[in-house]
Design a protein around this ligand. Structure first.
Ligand code: COA
Length: 327
């Protein structure tokens, strides 16, 4: 397929406070050994005073714009994938729009959990296929630490905060997004939830038990579904473009669990150096995980022009997605 959106700048932002597995040992009945063995996570970043979802998003966006040499006034659209906005109203996207001074841009948040960034990239891809001169900021930004039950050891060890951003415009050559594939299965919504504070259960705290105001997960079931869905949507991306796994220069998977990433790597038959992993530093940052990883891969010079990059995500809902890009 002809390429659509070309990524011309990336950026990321992380809170300065580090929460290690050792710190968690003081908070819940867990151990560094258990967390590393079962997840691969060693530490995560947590917002402190003065930090917020929109502030992280703005910081990541500024870096991406600078690298892209695009001014905020040139932006046509801002899309923020997030499940932890500062407020239910206004969106993070309009706070970013205001802070950047992106006076011409439309702005909206997109709710697709950990697949939010790839869903957002897919929307941007469609926009620039119609009008290649458009410039779009796609951000994944999360403050999951405010939605984690710090008394629940089965979830609180997994998540972290952060933001990643890309600027895209229409492809001028053979480089850019070759395809995106989006999927969802709402029949399994109950396996990963955050029920409280929506309109069904407003935040008076009376209708629901306390734990329902935080992320709840049936980890083993989520794990099995994540492995299956990520493999399937990765192969779908390759098959629809006539690409073999060995043609890939780099896979950037959603950073939820090292064992999920390993299963994907083995299914694709790739060596470890072709699969980007940074979850030991940040844990699962949901919609932010892929754009943070992409930004780090760029800064580590892991990508060269013409390389094939596969991004794969899975999250609550369930939602899952892939994007194949010629870099
Ligand atoms: N520290 C120590 N022990 C823990 C623990 C922790 N933080 N969390 C759970 N355990 C215990 C459990 O209570 C259980 O004990 P039991 O056997 O006495 O009942 C035991 O460890 C095994 O629990 P289990 O849930 O079967 O472990 P697991 O190997 O499935 O790993 C997850 C748990 C959460 C790491 C894993 O299921 C996972 O990563 N799931 C997917 C998570 C995910 O990706 N979510 C987001 C999708 S985007």
């Amino acid at each position: 397929m002809k390429p659509g959106a070309m990524i011309i700048g990336t950026g990321s932002a992380l809170p300065s406070r580090v929460l290690t597995n050792r710190d968690l040992e003081e908070m819940v009945d867990t151990s560094d050994e258990w967390i590393v063995q079962r997840t691969g996570i060693k530490e995560r970043r947590i917002v402190g005073p003065g930090e917020s979802n929109s502030k992280l998003a703005v910081e990541a966006a500024k870096k991406a714009l600078e690298e892209a040499r695009v001014s905020p006034e040139e932006l046509d659209l801002i899309i923020v994938g997030t499940l932890t906005p500062d407020y239910l109203m206004p969106s993070v996207a309009v706070l970013v729009q205001k802070e950047l001074g992106a006076v011409r841009a439309g702005a909206f948040d997109l709710s697709a959990t950990c697949s939010g960034f790839l869903y957002g990239l897919s929307v941007a891809d469609q926009y620039v296929r119609v009008a290649p001169e458009r410039k779009i900021l796609v951000i994944g930004s999360e403050v999951l630490s405010t939605k984690v039950n710090w008394e629940d050891r089965t979830t609180c060890v997994l998540f972290g905060d952060g933001a990643g951003a890309v600027v895209v415009t229409g492809s001028r050559d053979d480089r850019g997004v070759l395809s995106t594939h989006l999927h969802a299965d709402g029949s399994l919504w109950h396996l990963l939830t955050l029920k409280g504070c929506g309109s069904l259960y407003p935040p008076c705290g009376k209708e629901l038990p306390r734990e329902e105001y935080f992320i709840r997960m049936q980890g083993r079931e989520v794990f099995k579904n994540a492995v299956r869905a990520m493999e399937t949507v990765a192969l779908e991306a390759l098959e629809s473009n006539g690409v073999q796994p060995e043609d890939l220069a780099l896979v950037i998977p959603h950073q939820a669990n090292r064992r999920i990433i390993e299963a994907l790597r083995e299914r694709l038959g790739l060596p470890p150096e072709k699969v980007f992993v940074n979850l030991h530093k940040y844990g699962n940052t949901s919609a932010a995980s892929i754009p943070i990883a992409l930004d780090e891969a760029v800064r580590e010079k892991r990508l060269s022009p013409g390389d094939l990059v596969l991004m794969v995500a899975f999250g609550g809902g369930f939602t899952w997605a892939s994007a194949l890009i010629r870099w």
